[in-house]
Ligand binder design. Structure first.
Ligand code: NAD
Length: 386
C-alpha cells in the first residue's frame, strides 16, 4: 500500500505530517511512501531528503490518485477532500467532535477517516501515537516564549549596576499538557509562576515544577471523562470568572490553555478582568481559534493592545511556529499509529482494538466511532460544537 504525505494548505501552517527519518520505518512495514513536492519545505525538510530516505516525490494529483493512505496534519482543503475516493484512508487531526458533519461527509464518500485526536490517551501502549500531547508540548513551550517576547520587562530577577528588576509574575490557566510545558518554560526563564486548573489533581504536577497552585473557593472540582475537564455550568462559569479576575490583575503575563474536548474553549479572562490589569501586561490565549478563546476579545493569530495597555495575543496555532520540532514529533506519532494498524503492507481495520475504536471515525460508508456517531444522532446535520 502507498502512503501519501500531503503539503498542508492551511494559511500559516508550516508543519508536515511525515519527516524523512520515518520513511525507512514505513518501508520496512511494506508501505511505499509518496511525498507531495514541497510538503516539507516549511519545516526545512527538502524533497531531496525524502528522496534519499526512499520516498517518491510526486505532484498532488499523482498522490491523490495513487495513495491508499493520505496523511496530513489537519483537515485538507476542499479540492483534496473532493478528490478522495471510496476505499482511500485519510489520517490526521481531523477534529470530528468539533465538526461531525465533516465525518458524515467522508463516510458518505466511503473514505476511511482516521483521526489522531480520538486516541485513548491514558492507554500506555498508545502514548507514542499521542499527537495531541506532542503538539500541546510544542505549543506550551512556545506560549511562554511568545509571552516573554511581548512583555516589556524581564522574566528573571536581574540584579545589575543599573538597578534590580523584579521577576515577572506569570499565571498559567489550564494545566494539562500545554499548561505544564508553559509553566516549565516560564520557570526556566526565571519568572515566578502560579497556575490554576479546574481539575485539582493537577496541583501536585504544578507544584513539582516549582509553581504555586491557585485554588478557587467558588468552583468545585470539574474532572470529566478520560482525564479531561467537564464543561462548567453557567453558574460555575460566572463564579470562576469573577474569582479569577482578582488573581489575573495581580499578574504580569497570563497564558491560557483551557480546553474541553469537542466544546468551545471556556472563557476564563473576561473584559472586566482585562480592564483590571496593569498597562504593559500580556495575555497569550492558546485557546484562540474559530470557536472563540479563553480570553474576551482575542483574535486568532493577531496581537491586540487594549485601551488600558494590555497586549492580547491570539495564539491557538503555535505548533506551526515551531515547525521542525512539531513535525518530527507528529511524524513519530502518525508512524506509530500506522505501524499499529498495518498488517502485511495493508491497512487492517479492527474495531475490536481499543486504539482503533478511538481513532477510526468512518469506515465502510458509515461513521463508526462512538462519540462522533452519538453527536450525529443528536444532530444529524452535524453542526459544529457550542
Ligand atoms: P486539554 O487540552 O483538553 O485541556 C487543557 C486543560 O484545561 C486541562 O488540564 C483542563 O482541565 C483545563 N480546563 C478545562 N476547562 C477549564 C476551566 N474552565 N478552567 C480551568 N481549566 C480548565 O487537556 P490536555 O492537556 O490534552 O490533557 C488532558 C488530560 O489528559 C490530562 O489529565 C492529561 O494528564 C491527560 N493525558 C494523559 C496522558 C497519558 O496518560 N499518557 C497523555 C496525555 C494526556
Amino acid at each position: 500500500m502507498k502512503v501519501g504525505v500531503l503539503k498542508e494548505t492551511t494559511p500559516g501552517e508550516r508543519r508536515v505530517a511525515l519527516v524523512p527519518e520515518m520513511v525507512p520505518r514505513l518501508r520496512e512495514a511494506g508501505l511505499e511512501v509518496l511525498v507531495q513536492s514541497g510538503a516539507g519545505d516549511g519545516a526545512w525538510f527538502a524533497d531531496s531528503a525524502y528522496a534519499q530516505a526512499g520516498a517518491a516525490i510526486v505532484s498532488r494529483d499523482e498522490l491523490l490518485s495513487e495513495a491508499g493512505i493520505v496523511v496530513a496534519i489537519s483537515r485538507p482543503d476542499e479540492p483534496v477532500i473532493g478528490a478522495l475516493r471510496a476505499g482511500q484512508a485519510l489520517v490526521g487531526l481531523l477534529n470530528p467532535l468539533v465538526d461531525p458533519g465533516f465525518a458524515a461527509a467522508l463516510a458518505a464518500k466511503g473514505v476511511t477517516a482516521i483521526s489522531l485526536d480520538g486516541l485513548p490517551r491514558t492507554l500506555p501502549r498508545a502514548q507514542g501515537m499521542d499527537a495531541l500531547t506532542s503538539q500541546a508540548n510544542v505549543a506550551g513551550y512556545k506560549a511562554a516564549l511568545v509571552g516573554a517576547a511581548a512583555f516589556a520587562r524581564f522574566f528573571p530577577l536581574l540584579i545589575t549596576a543599573a538597578g534590580t528588576a523584579r521577576p515577572a509574575k506569570v499565571l498559567v490557566l489550564g494545566t494539562g499538557v500545554a499548561g505544564l510545558q508553559a509553566i516549565g518554560t516560564a520557570k526556566r526563564l526565571g519568572a515566578v509562576v502560579s497556575a490554576y486548573d479546574v481539575r485539582p489533581q493537577t496541583k501536585s504536577e504544578v507544584e513539582s515544577l516549582g509553581a504555586s497552585f491557585i485554588e478557587l473557593t467558588s468552583v468545585g472540582p470539574a474532572a470529566g471523562e478520560g482525564g479531561y475537564a467537564r464543561a462548567l455550568t453557567e453558574e460555575e462559569r460566572q463564579a470562576q470568572q469573577a474569582e479569577l479576575t482578582g488573581h489575573i490583575a495581580r499578574h504580569d503575563v497570563i497564558i491560557t490553555t483551557a480546553q474541553v474536548p469537542g466544546r468551545r474553549p471556556p472563557l476564563l479572562v473576561t473584559e472586566d478582568a482585562i480592564k483590571a490589569m496593569a498597562a504593559g501586561s500580556v495575555i497569550v490565549d492558546m485557546g484562540a481559534g474559530p470557536l472563540g478563546g479563553n480570553v474576551a476579545g482575542s483574535v486568532p493569530d493577531t496581537e491586540i493592545v487594549t485601551e488600558n495597555g494590555v497586549t492580547v495575543i491570539g495564539a491557538g496555532a503555535l505548533p506551526a511556529t515551531v515547525p521542525a520540532a512539531a513535525s518530527s514529533a507528529f511524524a513519530r506519532n502518525v508512524s506509530a499509529l500506522l505501524l499499529h494498524m498495518v498488517s502485511d503492507g495493508e491497512l487492517a481495520i479492527d474495531p475490536a482494538d481499543e486504539i482503533q475504536a478511538g481513532v477510526v471515525i468512518t469506515h465502510g460508508g458509515t461513521v463508526v466511532q462512538a462519540a462522533t456517531a452519538a453527536l450525529l444522532a443528536e444532530n444529524p446535520t452535524g453542526g459544529t460544537a457550542q
